[in-house]
Structures are given as structure tokens and as C-alpha cells.
Design a protein around this ligand. Structure first.
Ligand SMILES: [Zn+2]
Length: 283
């Protein structure tokens, strides 16, 4: 009888969570949940997602708002405390600079070692590494030899080696932008793709425009088996974008058929919001 009484008391005392987020439209891609729910958090983790009424020491009224896992932005050129603040306001909790990247990964992370408002990450960028090796006079983007001078075999080896070092220092991926390095030969691009293949690191490429630009990147990926990610394909493809998406699908299928050992994969990203496109189109 005492046990029954204790059980009744226990059942009669609903848990008080550290924080509850009430009445929000909860969207969870992992479970496909897409409905109004209450969320209870304890110890920094989600303890319950429910339609029942719950209470907590701290309450967030989310009625009329969407509650979702933090967004991961793969194409975030702004990497300052101010831009991190804006990303947070957009629901972005991880901002990655994967296209342009940096030539000095260790220094890039050191600059942020005091901590930032959201998660961040960077690529070892072919554009930036090429600027360093070719002694380009530009600051943000190549304007002289980094863009317009062919690299010697020794310089190509230097570029490939610096990219490997960047990966060891914690780069998320390899970045590249072929339109910004027009003098980079196929041999140079192959050397960069080979590093991606050897280290099983995705290479995020701003391709040259249109179907021919995509064909070039896919051929490099096919020859080396590097995992390829085509960035903002809709700005490179415009009206040709649907055809280009089909090409990527065919490429991935073909590679998986012909190489079970190390299938190369190709992925894609597209600009979402009009406001973002306006700013990023400059790159
Ligand atoms: Zn770009």
C-alpha cells in the first residue's frame, strides 16, 4: 500500500525541467516531426517533446515561432563577431567558410580561440594558398600572379603540400574557385583534387559557369575519385541548373557502379534567400 501511495505521489508530481519551450512549431529533420509541440530541456539536453502541458524553471513562449535544430551554413563568407551575431539571429549555429577559406588554418583558428557566439570552421583554400605561393599582391582575392600566372611544377607541389598541411591543422575541407584562378592549369587542379582524394576530404568548388564548368569539375573528380561539392550551383548554372543537377546525379551513380572500393561522390548547394544571394554574388 505504501508503494502504491508513493507511486501515486510520483505520478502526481510532473517533472520540472530546467527550461521549457512552449507552443512552437517544432521541425526536426531527423524524425520528420513537423507540428506544434512543447519541449522540455534538462542538463542542456532535450528531455521531452510533447503535446502535454509541461513546466520548467525557465519558460520560453514560442507560439507563432519555428523551433528547429541550429542551421549549418556551408557558405558563410562573413566570419567576424558581427556576422556571427547576425547568423545567430537567423537560427544559424554553425557558420563554415568552405569556398574561399584561408591559406593559414592554424592562424585562422587562433584568431578565434577566445570563443565565438556560434560554431565556425574554415577550409584550406586553393585560391588563398595559390595567392601565397605566387606572391599575389591582393588581400582578399587574387589580382595578379595568384590569378593570372601559371604555376611551375615546383609551385604546384608547394600548393599541394600547403593544402595537406592545412588539413592537418584542422581545415574542414578544401576550397576552390576556378574563375578566380584562371591561370591554374589542369595539372595544378588535378594535384589539388588528388590531395582531396588521398585524404578523403570533400573539395568545395565554385565552378566555371554553366554545363561546361560543371563538366570540368566532374571530370577532375572522376579522374581522381575526389569527393566533390559544387557550391551555389544556381548562380553558376542559372537556366542550366536543372540539367546540371541531373549531371551530378548521373556522375555519382556511375562512379558507384564502377568503383565499389572508393566511390567518389558529388554534392551540391544552392543559395537560399534572395538577400543572401545579392551579397554573395560578388564572390
Ligand atoms: Zn563563390
Amino acid at each position: 500500500m505504501i508503494t502504491a501511495l508513493l507511486l501515486a505521489l510520483q505520478l502526481g508530481t510532473p517533472p520540472v525541467y530546467d527550461r521549457v519551450i512552449l507552443g512552437g512549431h517544432v521541425m526536426d529533420p531527423a524524425s520528420n516531426l513537423d507540428a506544434v509541440r512543447n519541449i522540455g530541456l534538462s542538463g542542456g539536453r532535450i528531455a521531452v517533446i510533447t503535446t502535454r502541458a509541461i513546466s520548467g524553471r525557465d519558460t520560453v513562449d514560442a507560439r507563432g515561432l519555428v523551433v528547429a535544430p541550429g542551421f549549418i551554413d556551408l557558405h558563410a563568407h562573413g566570419q567576424t563577431p558581427e556576422t556571427y551575431r547576425f547568423y545567430a539571429l537567423d537560427g544559424v549555429t554553425t557558420a563554415l567558410e568552405l569556398e574561399l577559406g584561408t591559406a593559414d588554418v592554424a592562424a585562422w583558428y587562433r584568431e578565434r580561440e577566445g570563443g565565438e557566439r556560434i560554431n565556425y570552421g574554415v577550409s584550406i583554400g586553393h585560391i588563398k594558398v595559390r595567392m601565397a605561393v605566387m606572391h599575389d599582391s591582393g588581400t582578399r582575392m587574387p589580382v595578379s600572379d595568384g590569378a593570372y600566372r601559371a604555376a611551375s611544377p615546383a609551385q604546384i607541389a608547394d600548393i599541394a603540400q600547403r593544402i595537406e598541411i592545412g588539413l592537418r591543422e584542422g581545415a574542414v575541407d578544401i576550397g576552390a574557385g576556378f574563375p578566380y584562378t584562371p591561370a591554374a592549369t589542369r595539372a595544378e587542379l588535378l594535384a589539388v583534387f588528388r590531395v582531396a582524394a588521398r585524404t578523403k576530404t570533400p573539395i568545395h568548388v565554385h565552378i566555371r559557369p554553366g554545363v561546361s564548368g560543371l563538366r570540368e569539375a566532374l571530370a577532375l573528380a572522376a579522374e581522381t575519385h575526389a569527393p566533390l561539392h559544387v557550391v551555389h550551383i544556381n548562380s553558376a548554372g542559372l537556366a542550366e541548373t536543372p540539367v546540371m543537377l541531373e549531371m551530378i546525379g548521373d556522375h555519382t551513380g556511375r562512379l558507384q557502379e564502377c568503383s565499389r572500393r572508393a566511390p567518389g561522390r558529388a554534392g551540391v548547394a544552392a543559395y537560399g534567400r534572395a538577400a543572401e544571394s545579392r551579397e554573395l554574388r560578388a564572390l
